[in-house]
Write a protein of this length. Structure first.
Length: 87
């Protein structure tokens, strides 16, 4: 939903999400690789086609909106995680 609340059994909420608000590296990896869960009907696709600056902006927005108050994402972390995945 536009307020980040998600849809039960379809897609998870971004509001106060432990995934959004925990380790930045794990969130970046999830964004780059995508995610499948038996809990939700929709699969989150990979966003690896976006450049590091765009991923940094989107994840920073997500971590600082929808009731979340986490620190912004650093572009150097996005680059490092992408490099690790591409190995």
């Amino acid at each position: 939903m536009s307020d980040g609340s998600g849809v039960p059994n379809v897609q998870p909420s971004l509001r106060h999400s432990p995934v959004v608000n925990s380790e930045v590296e794990a969130l970046v990896q999830l964004t780059l690789e995508g995610w499948v869960s038996g809990e939700y009907a929709n699969r989150m696709p990979s966003f690896a086609h976006l450049d590091d600056e765009a991923i940094t902006a989107v994840l920073t927005y997500t971590r600082t909106h929808f009731g979340n108050q986490s620190r912004p994402v650093n572009e150097a972390i996005v680059r490092a995680v992408r490099r690790d995945i591409d190995k």
